[in-house]
Design a protein around this ligand. Structure first.
Ligand code: HXC
Length: 296
């Protein structure tokens, strides 16, 4: 779709780049010639991904173990990265989420999501942006949001609140930093099945089945889920030069699903206490497995 060297010479940092959407976008940046840096909490997962992408696409993928919830850790890692050479692009992709009735959330449950999505995304943006300003160079930021920034998100209130905050950051910084050559946009993906999101947002359902049997995805006006290439192409387009006047926007890529009312989780309203207990247990099993990988 694009010239093969479209992103040549660019270094792009993708938070949460070891898995899910971050990994897929990294694949496309690499394919179009960028050097890719991925950070995340699970170093073994990052390393596996870096190897897989380099074997497939060639080029260079560097890994940085980082939990973006720690402001000082973020500054240290961004310093380390800039000492090796400045980056030109940042994708705020790292996120945390799970479905829950809001009344069932503990304060720590709210914080677990807000500290990644709201605080962590700001820390990384702030740290990278400050260095770009010090160096007098421009830069390009894309944040991965959700269409819940327009519709609200029942049963995912901490994520919807946090992502809405990052939408506001996107609009605010586009105007505050407009003259500096830093531009900042966002993507709101609809259903792009990934293991991490599906395990916590549609527990018990197989993300591979959603992809392969997408004709049955009837709640979407296009009757299917998104294909990674479609997201990869949009991220590549936004990351490239040539549309620099595009600034402060959030672009939905969801087959027009949110225009039907953004009511995906309405179907959860009839669920009973025992259903929510089962959902919570299933998500907990996923989280425990992920934690075990973090200690590797
Ligand atoms: C209620 C829950 C819960 C659940 C965790 N908690 N899961 N509460 N229902 N299902 C509570 C815990 O009980 C605990 O509170 C608190 O949250 C912290 O839990 P930990 O497991 O210790 O947290 P932590 O290890 O920090 O994990 C963070 C996480 C986890 C967000 C909870 O899910 C995670 O690591 N996620 C990263 C990957 C991810 O979520 N990917 C999907 C992103 S999808 P108490 O009070 O009991 O101590 C996404 C898509 C959005 O963002 C848009 C889609 C359209």
């Amino acid at each position: 779709m694009f010239k093969e060297d479209l992103l040549k010479g660019k270094r792009i940092l993708v938070t949460g780049g070891g898995s899910g959407l971050g990994k897929e976008m990294s694949r496309y940046f690499l394919q179009y010639g960028a050097e890719v840096l991925i950070c995340g909490r699970r170093v073994s997962v990052l390393e596996e991904t870096a190897k897989e992408l380099m074997d497939e696409q060639g080029g260079s993928v560097k890994c940085y173990g980082l939990d973006i919830r720690g402001a000082q850790d973020v500054d240290n890692t961004i310093n380390e990265i800039f000492e090796e050479g400045p980056i030109h692009g940042l994708v705020n992709n790292a996120a945390g989420n799970f479905i829950s009735r809001t009344e069932d959330l503990s304060h720590r449950g709210f914080d677990a999501i807000a500290s990644i999505v709201f605080h962590g995304t700001f820390y990384v943006t702030h740290s990278v942006g400050k260095r770009w300003l010090e160096l007098g160079m421009g830069g390009n930021i894309i944040s991965i949001l959700a269409t819940w920034v327009w519709t609200g998100g029942a049963f995912t209130v901490p994520s919807a609140m946090s992502k809405s905050g990052i939408y506001s950051m996107t609009q605010s910084l586009a105007t505050e930093w407009g003259k500096t050559g830093i531009r900042i946009n966002a993507i709101a993906p609809g259903p792009f099945p990934t293991e991490g999101a599906w395990a916590r947002l549609s527990p018990g359902q197989d993300p591979d089945k959603a992809s392969s049997d997408s004709s049955s995805y009837s709640q979407n006006p296009m009757g299917r889920v998104g294909e990674m290439e479609e997201l990869g192409n949009l991220a590549t387009f936004l990351m490239s030069d040539g549309c620099n006047y595009l600034n402060g926007q959030c672009i939905a890529i969801d087959g027009a699903e949110y225009l039907t009312g953004g009511n995906f989780y309405k179907s959860l309203s009839p669920l009973k206490d025992e259903d929510w207990d089962a959902i919570r247990d299933t998500i907990k099993t996923t989280n425990d497995k992920d934690k075990a990988k973090r200690s590797v």
